[in-house]
Ligand binder design. Structure first.
Ligand SMILES: Nc1ncnc2c1ncn2[C@@H]1O[C@H](COP(=O)(O)OP(=O)(O)OP(=O)(O)O)[C@@H](O)[C@H]1O
Length: 261
């Protein structure tokens, strides 16, 4: 498991321990942070975040706008090294963002193989595109894709790296409602087949509850709350257990639903 932090790095115990002292690999963790802190100038955005994500676990991260969700994801992705505390990430990490970030002058297949170290990148990319249902669009230019197709290419690009940790930064928020349902199903299906640890940043409490095993709320620079969603998938929004969790999470986010319907 690689340790990434810039200053004042502390490391979790080396692999090989037991019980509470066990190293991350021994406990199936793909990411662990302890006391992760990130400042922008004098402003502390992350203030001692302790987070564990296990292989095969789907975690959603909620929080008010500006609470630091994307910042945390960027630090985990290694895109922002200027944080302090301890960070251990095991294996390969892949990220998909709200906007698909495809290279417009490269065809779909070449976008998926971009930077890929694989003996046969085209073959691996072809398989990933088949998994997201886009075999027929492999030679298309990004600008000719619909929003949903572009986001599926972005997922294929993440998937082809066979990630141990998949970081999703609001990848569904720009999609229309129907496409979003389709892409939700696709992501659950891909997750079920490949079993990476997933961290999904979202504003959408419903989305978090439909997809995740565990829903976290980031507030005041820390994980202020977490709910386990112990319900089988596919889940229905109107399941009484989800309705109760939904209200509890909205309350944690400072939203009252009284007087609305
Ligand atoms: N590069 C930067 N320089 C200065 N401040 C930044 C930078 N990036 C983020 N911030 C600040 O850090 C805070 C957290 O930003 P972040 O994007 O992580 O929040 P978020 O919870 O993802 O927000 P949203 O839900 O609105 O996307 C915000 O106040 C933001 O203005």
């Amino acid at each position: 498991m690689a340790a990434r932090t810039a200053r004042r790095l502390t490391r979790t115990p080396a692999p090989g321990g037991t019980g509470a002292d066990a190293g991350p690999e021994r406990t199936g963790l793909v990411a662990r942070t302890r006391g992760l802190t990130k400042r922008f100038g004098t402003r502390t955005v992350l203030d001692g975040v302790d987070l564990d994500i296990r292989r095969g676990e789907f975690v959603a991260l909620l929080g008010r706008s500006g609470s630091g969700k994307s910042t945390l994801l960027r630090v985990l992705a290694g895109l922002d090294g200027d944080a302090t505390g301890a960070l251990h990430v095991g294996g390969t990490v892949a990220v998909a963002f709200q906007e698909p970030r495809l290279v417009p002058w490269k065809r779909v297949l070449d976008n998926v193989t971009l930077g890929l170290r694989d003996p046969d990148p085209a073959e691996a990319a072809g398989r990933a595109l088949a998994e997201v249902g886009l075999t027929g669009r492999r030679d298309a230019w990004p600008l000719t894709l619909s929003g949903g197709e572009a986001q599926r290419v972005s997922l294929a690009r993440a998937l082809v790296r066979n990630p141990d940790l998949l970081l999703l930064d609001e990848p569904f928020s720009a999609l229309d409602a129907l496409t979003r349902i389709t892409v939700h199903r696709l992501v659950l299906d891909l997750w079920d087949r490949h079993r990476p640890g997933v961290l999904l940043v979202t504003h959408d409490v419903d989305e978090a509850l439909l997809l995740a095993d565990r829903v976290l709320v980031l507030d005041g620079g820390r994980i202020a709350h977490q709910s386990e969603v112990g319900l089988p998938r596919p889940r229905r929004r109107d399941h009484p257990g989800l309705v109760a969790l939904h209200s509890a999470l909205l309350a944690r986010l400072g939203v009252t639903t009284e007087g609305t319907s």
